[in-house]
Design a protein around this ligand. Structure first.
Ligand SMILES: Cc1cc2nc3c(=O)[nH]c(=O)nc-3n(C[C@H](O)[C@H](O)[C@H](O)COP(=O)(O)OP(=O)(O)OC[C@H]3O[C@@H](n4cnc5c(N)ncnc54)[C@H](O)[C@@H]3O)c2cc1C
Length: 307
């Protein structure tokens, strides 16, 4: 039986793996892929120690550092699909049918994009519907694009589209654009950007490729249509906490509730760090620091059981 199983190989999981190995904890890490969400980022400029680095290079560096440790078992290309607790052990079952037994768990599964759930979204995913402006904005050169969501992610998405799209429509269901004032000010100066507050998306239309968006003007109740070629969905994230919802407490967003001094969850042998936890700011540096904190606390816990 492993002393620790780390689930998820983004920045949090990798940092945890390196620290667990250096503390000589008998640990394993399981992940489908290494690197996490910012792997798609063309240019990460706030990762301490690098003035500028691509998300992919950052992910490769992190994975290399983890693989340089010989104290940890690495299971990649696989996902945990369920976790069960029996007496003092957890049994994590993977997609490939592996069962990993561990005394403690560190959940670093991060989060995934929230979808609109309207007709046409799935059909035109990758055919005009996009979830990563950093990756896909250049595909909309001289095209009209909608950004759904007026929070920070939505505004950042619109900024990414500025050098490419001919027109940008920012749809927001509430009556206020909630993103940073400074980015809002910048976008407001652009003639090609318009803000459609109190607008609810009803359908994404197309003919092989996105051709328009149908929405409801919540001020008048009127249903309207806008012709465009791209829809960037930026309405938030869903924490990947489903696999442990039966054993730990989560908040209304589905984030695992942790003690922020130790990262320990409501279960005394389960810790969580990174975007899956109820941390206020979702950032690479923060998720790594929190994961390190978790491993140090897990190490103390394991040592205290040996005394
Ligand atoms: C486009 C983009 C750009 C960003 N740019 C920056 C930036 O410039 N600077 C910054 O600080 N932050 C940035 N962020 C935020 C940053 O990427 C996240 O805060 C960070 O990745 C969180 O790390 P994490 O390890 O908690 O989770 P994640 O990065 O989400 O990693 C979780 C990992 O766990 C794996 N996983 C999930 N479920 C399972 C399972 N059941 N079994 C096994 N493995 C599983 C996933 O495949 C993934 O590899 C960006 C995010 C995005 C989307």
């Amino acid at each position: 039986m492993k002393e620790l199983l780390i689930i998820g190989g983004g920045p949090a999981g990798i940092a945890a793996g390196v620290y667990a190995a250096r503390k000589k904890i008998n640990a394993a890490i399981v992940t489908d892929v290494f690197g996490g969400q910012s792997v798609v980022s063309a240019d990460v400029r706030n990762f301490i120690g690098f003035t500028s680095i691509s998300g992919l290079e950052l992910a490769e560096n992190m994975e290399r550092q983890l693989r340089a440790q010989d104290e940890i078992e690495i299971i990649d290309g696989d996902r945990v699909i369920s976790v069960e607790e029996k007496e003092i052990a957890f049994f994590a079952k993977t997609e490939n049918g592996k069962i990993i037994e561990a005394k403690t768990l560190l959940i670093t599964t991060g989060s995934k994009r929230r979808k609109l759930g309207v007709p046409g979204e799935e059909k035109y995913d990758g055919k005009g519907v996009a979830y990563c402006s950093t990756c896909d904005a250049p595909l909309f050169k001289d095209k009209r694009a909608a950004v759904v969501g007026g929070g920070n992610s939505g505004l950042e998405s619109a900024v990414d589209l500025l050098p490419y799209a001919s027109e940008i429509f920012i749809f927001e269901s509430s009556d206020k654009i909630k993103g940073d004032a400074i980015t809002l000010e910048r976008l407001s100066k652009e003639n090609k950007v318009s803000f459609l507050t109190r607008s609810e998306i009803l359908e994404i239309r197309g003919n092989g490729f996105v051709s328009g968006i149908k929405y409801k003007d919540l001020k008048t109740g009127e249903e309207k249509e806008k012709e465009l070629e791209g829809v960037f969905v930026e309405i938030g994230w869903i924490p990947n906490s489903d696999i442990v919802k039966n054993i730990v407490e989560t908040n209304k967003y589905g984030e695992i509730i942790v003690d922020h001094k130790t990262q320990r969850s409501s279960h005394s042998r389960v810790w969580a760090a990174g975007d899956v936890a109820d941390v206020l700011y979702k950032q690479n540096n923060i998720s790594m620091g929190d994961a390190v904190k978790a491993v140090l606390n897990i190490n103390e816990y394991l040592n205290s059981r040996k005394r």
